[in-house]
Design a protein around this ligand. Structure first.
Ligand code: OMP
Length: 277
């Protein structure tokens, strides 16, 4: 999916919501555990109930890889299910890859050719050759970790470089040279101060930001959207636990639907307030 199509999808759905498909067998409703593939059953129920309210789904690979080959099968089936039933949804492989060029090429093949995802999250710390293999695919996206939502983000990402700027700013400035705002996005956690988000927006006015950290991690949608929204909308906000575990009994999908709709309504208001729809 290219940038124009992504923006059109956001406008059509009146939503910049990405739902994180992070299924945990410890947390999914107990009645699903009798199914042959509980994760797939859980995901498809969530997807069917929420697709009207979001533009993207983001399976985080850890939640599948932890179950070995069975988990990988559930991941493949989930991605296929979205592609067949809701082909206009943007699919982000949250795999946080990045390795020497030769290895990154294989990661890119796996995620873009085999799984046919639209985008992948990447750790930039191995540098240019670890990222460029992902930028060779037309209409696919590399989503680079800039400033993450977790507590440990200050350990390295905030370190002051010789140029006096924090490392995450240097990461953004440097990686800007590798791709364009048509094939590169940046992860910016919603848990950070407004000033920091505004600084990033000034530096990259045209790039899309993937914003996790709303809901379970405490970030506030309105606050982050006001600071990060751009003339092209420019934000995809991810919510995982706060939607997928909104309910825990047989009515879990309805509970997720209600929660996703509430997020979508708030996003619609924000888009209208900024005259973007
Ligand atoms: P919830 O906290 O349940 O909404 O989940 C957040 C999701 O976004 C998880 O899949 C995280 O791995 C992911 N994430 C972050 O929480 N923080 C980041 O800085 C980056 C990501 C990510 O790349 O998506």
């Amino acid at each position: 999916m290219n940038k124009t199509e992504l923006i059109s999808s956001i406008k059509k759905n009146k939503s910049f919501l990405c739902i994180g498909l992070d299924p945990d067998v410890e947390k999914i409703p107990k009645h699903l555990l009798d199914e042959p593939d509980p994760i797939f059953e859980f995901n498809t129920a969530i997807i069917d109930a929420t697709h009207t309210y979001c533009v993207a789904y983001k399976p985080n690979f850890a939640f599948y890889e932890m179950y070995g080959s069975e988990g990988i099968k559930s991941l493949e089936k989930t991605i296929r299910y979205i592609k067949i039933n809701y082909p206009d949804k943007f699919i982000i492989a949250d795999a946080k890859r990045g390795d020497i060029g030769n290895t990154s090429e294989k990661y890119a093949k796996s995620v873009f050719e085999k799984l046919e995802c639209d985008a992948i999250t990447l750790s930039p710390y191995m540098g240019k050759d670890s990222i460029t293999p992902f930028l060779k695919y037309p209409e696919k996206w590399a989503i680079i970790l800039a400033i993450t939502s977790n507590e440990g983000s200050s350990d390295f990402q905030m370190i002051e470089c010789k140029n006096g700027k924090p490392l995450f700013i240097t990461v953004i400035e440097k990686s800007l040279k590798w791709g364009t705002d048509n094939n590169m996005m940046f992860v910016v956690g919603a848990t950070h101060q407004k000033d920091l988000i505004s600084e990033i927006r000034k530096l990259i006015p045209n790039h899309f930001l993937l914003i996790p950290g709303i809901g379970a991690q405490g970030g506030q949608l309105e606050e982050i959207a006001q600071t990060a929204i751009s003339k092209d909308i420019g934000i995809i906000v991810n919510v995982s636990r706060d939607i997928i575990y909104a309910g825990s009994d047989v009515n879990f999908a309805v509970a997720a639907q209600i929660q996703a709709q509430a997020y979508q309504k708030n996003m619609e208001k924000i888009l209208k307030d900024y005259e973007l729809i």
